[in-house]
Ligand binder design. Structure first.
Ligand code: HEM
Ligand code: FES
Length: 777
């Protein structure tokens, strides 16, 4: 039994109807579930919405599988590949009749274990031995080919005004890249297309008995073709492909890279690397063109593409569902499921689970957690080729948005190859006016390119353009900026304590500013910027360059300085420009009726922003300390003695915050909350650091972190996805859960109690105290 999967064990059985293997009756909707029908094909997450909401795991009598639909449940299943074996991942979901079986036997068809359907302990050693060609570093070599093919294929139809993107590009380019990656000579593509569709239907489809024989012939031919290619490779395994790499590894590790594995992988690998990506590209283009306002944003700002790719894979991915076998009795979503049960885990449904993705049916290319999608699976078997697929998708989107930004979807109905798992439209007709092709005016656009980001679904890319609507001086050296969407649209909501990141002239100069306006104003963000001539240049750039009407790029808002709205009493302490988050928080405390006081110090009233507004709003609760008037905030007198049920929120100069930390050391854990904008991190000095190992519990690997490397960098080099933003311990985006080992915390995000609990860490800066950490990833 897996406790993480049993939030409500012994839930009552669903209504009446046929009976599931556990004796429970099957509900009418579960009885009707048909993953080969058009409703599932058109929109799988919508088709199982009822299940996500009412009956998240159910028995499907038509399929003979348990169907699982929620995000957390599916992730927990991926996490535990001993209880939930992947061995049935490539099994025929529809058993074939004797005639088709005889045809397959006549070709000596013997599809067996590869990687994706291999159990432990055999799987992990094989995955490790074969991983190197998939690392971001190794994948760079494939980029020129992807770019060249993309350019050539678009050249062929760019002047036509109409194209079927699937037939004329998106099927063949990923196939060529897949063959190149695997090291297979480019054979007849049309034949391979027929073979691989047959493989999909054979594995995940429900062919009628009369179709089964034709499918079996195609699959048998595919199997023999794979064998012949492999035999040829064996004669000279020196080539650069992944299969040749496998053949070379077989010499050193014959028990790990077996003959049976190589033949099966030769066939399954072509499909894994090709169809998944071709479908993902067609799905992505369809989704974006169905949302022309989103497409326009990408055309205007290609830096949005890496995250848009993740959002497309989440919203409309190319693998709709995957399979696992329960190896023991388990309880899933409260339903008792016997050992030996087969599970269809509908990852596309998980990707639309509101509990994990806010406004899950919406398309939000700036969604911060888009790359949490489960389209690539998760854990020990997570797709090894994900970064090659991401590279292709980014290059396709970038080329289309640059060369054919005026493209739109043509009138059409979409058809899909009926099956549970591999999903993409068979045709995707688009049209445009060739007279308006941008490169007729500017031929250099044909060859322009935006760098791809592989292995780094970083929040760095997620920017939002905002227009400066007002700039108002609010104190000496401080200007308040009111920022609005250029098209007047409402902005994402924020809570007091939030900040945004503003690009000050270039993506490399990004600064954080707290939002100081009114969260109820849905159309604007307000920040106040102090000109700091001795600073790192961000504020000076804003003062010198930003003008009303300009468009600035921002990211966020994000909140790492949350107000405890249940607090009984709050002491707010602000120094100088640190008043910005505190002003928004104090306003909220007042609105909530919390007992609070606000202590605000500065060099002189002239340099202190918002004094009149604060006085009007907070009256006697506001205490001002202007140094030149001889008034200083005596922090020891104010906070030297712990006060019951009181929280202290502080923002201001580093010296003030350090003093507060010292003074509040005698307070209960977490009473003091601090907002830092400056990192105290120095650059990593390898002479003072030690190397250590990080064991990734979910992925089943151990990554060595060198003394000159951050944990984040080491994880990325090992092909592990992890978000990041500031990369200096300020923002919290690179947080992971720690299961064992002592962390040397170096961030400024976690509170003292959180550090002591040792349950999470920031991978961009924190390290191990000892030789090893175990994290949940
Ligand atoms: C495994 C999806 C592209 C190679 C998988 C799995 C999924 C998946 C769902 C199983 C994950 C699990 O059980 O946790 C996709 C999608 C792709 C894509 C949606 C494109 C958008 C590729 C490419 C390659 C590739 C381009 C190769 C170049 C593999 C391999 C595995 C795998 C080798 C087996 C990994 C293992 O079991 O250890 N993929 N894939 N995939 N994929 Fe992909
Ligand atoms: Fe910002 Fe690590 S990336 S704290």
């Amino acid at each position: 039994m897996s406790s993480s999967l049993s939030p409500a064990a012994n839930r009552t059985c669903p209504v009446t109807g046929p009976t599931a293997p556990n004796g429970c009756p099957v509900s009418p909707l579960a009885a009707e579930f048909d993953p080969f029908g058009d409703a599932y094909q058109q929109d799988p997450p919508d088709y199982v919405r009822w299940a996500r909401e009412q009956e998240p795991t159910f028995w499907s009598p038509q399929l003979g599988y348990w169907v699982v639909t929620r995000y957390e449940t599916i992730k927990a299943i991926f996490r535990d590949n001993l209880t939930f074996s992947p061995s049935i991942a490539l099994e025929k979901i529809t058993p074939t009749g004797p005639e088709a079986n005889a045809v397959l036997a006549s070709y000596n068809y013997g599809m067996n274990r590869t990687l994706v359907n291999e159990d432990e302990p055999a799987h992990m050693p094989r995955r490790r031995v074969l991983m190197e060609p998939f690392t971001p570093e190794a994948l760079k070599h494939h980029e020129p080919l992807v770019r060249e093919l993309t350019r050539e294929y678009i050249d062929r139809f760019i002047d036509d005004g109409r194209a079927d993107l699937v037939d004329q590009m998106l099927w063949e380019v990923p196939l060529t890249v897949a063959l190149h990656f695997l090291g297979v000579p480019e054979e007849d593509m049309a034949t391979l297309r027929k073979y691989s569709i047959a493989h999909t239907v054979n594995t995940w489809g429900r062919p009628r008995p009369e179709e089964q024989v034709a499918v079996a012939h195609a699959v048998g031919n595919f199997w023999q073709f794979a064998g012949q290619v492999l035999d040829k490779m064996r004669q000279d395994p020196s080539g650069p492909g992944w299969m040749q790499y496998g053949l070379r590894k077989q010499k050193d590790h014959p028990e790990v890279v077996t003959d049976s594995y190589l033949h099966s992988m030769m066939m399954a690998g072509i499909v894994a690397a090709h169809e998944t990506t071709a479908n993902a590209a067609a799905n992505a283009m369809k989704l974006l063109l169905q949302h022309p306002e989103v497409w326009r944003e990408i055309c205007d700002d290609p830096s949005l593409i890496p995250n848009a790719v993740e959002e497309c894979l989440r919203h409309n991915g190319s693998v709709a569902a995957w399979r696992r076998l329960a190896t023991k009795d388990v309880v899933i979503d409260g339903i008792a499921i016997p050992a030996g049960s087969k599970l269809l885990i509908v990852t596309s449904s998980a990707n639309h689970d509101e509990h994990h993705f806010a406004d899950a049916d919406g398309v939000d290319i700036r969604r911060a957690n888009a790359s949490d999608h489960l389209t690539f699976g998760y854990g020990a078997h997570q797709c090894m080729g994900k970064n090659l697929a991401r590279m292709e998708l980014q290059i396709f989107l970038e080329a289309f948005s640059r060369r054919l930004p005026h493209m739109r979807l043509a009138e059409q109905t979409f058809s899909y190859v009926p099956n549970t798992s591999f999903r993409g439209p068979e045709h995707l007709w688009v049209e445009w006016d060739p007279a308006l092709n941008p490169e007729r005016r500017d031929p250099s656009l044909r060859d322009a390119q935006v760098p791809v980001r592989i292995g780094e679904p970083s929040a760095h890319a997620i920017t939002r353009p905002l227009r400066v609507e007002q700039m108002t001086p609010v104190a000496y050296g401080i200007v308040r900026l009111r920022l609005v969407a250029p098209d007047g649209r409402v902005l994402p909501r924020w809570t007091p304590g939030s900040h945004i990141d503003v690009e000050c002239g270039s993506p490399d100069t990004t600064r954080q500013y707290s939002l100081c306006g009114d969260p109820a104003d849905a159309h604007a963000y307000e920040i106040a910027v102090l000109r700091e001539d001795a600073g790192r240049g961000g504020s000076a750039w804003i003062h010198a360059n930003a003008r009303v009407g300009d468009v600035l790029k921002i990211r966020g808002p994000r909140n790492h300085f949350r107000l405890d709205e249940g607090a009984r009493r709050i002491v707010f302490v602000a120094g100088g420009i640190g008043i910005t988050p505190i002003a928004a928080m104090a306003r909220r405390a007042k609105a909530l009726g919390i007992d609070y006081e606000l202590h605000y110090s500065g060099r002189s009233r002239r340099t202190m922003a918002f004094v009149d507004e604060l006085r009007a709003l907070h009256g006697d609760r506001l205490h001002l300390y202007a140094q030149d008037e001889g008034r200083r905030n005596d922090l020891v007198a104010l906070l030297g003695t712990p006060q019951p049920e009181t929280r202290v929120y502080a923002c201001g100069p580093l010296r003030m915050l350090e003093a507060l930390e010292g003074i509040c050391a005698v307070w209960p854990d977490d009473a003091l909350r601090i907002e830092h904008f400056e990192s105290t991190l120095g650059t990593l000095d390898p002479a003072k650091e030690h190397a250590f190992d990080v064991e990734l519990k979910d992925s089943g690997i151990v990554v060595n972190v060198r003394a000159d490397q951050t944990v984040l960098a080491a994880l990325r080099a090992a092909n592990i996805d992890i978000q990041s933003d500031c990369e200096e311990g300020l923002c919290g985006s690179c947080e992971v859960r720690v299961l064992a080992g002592e962390v040397d915390h170096r961030d400024v995000v976690l509170t003292r109690a959180e550090r002591e609990a040792n349950a999470k860490m920031m991978t961009c800066c924190s390290r191990a105290c000892g030789e090893r950490l175990v994290i949940e990833l």
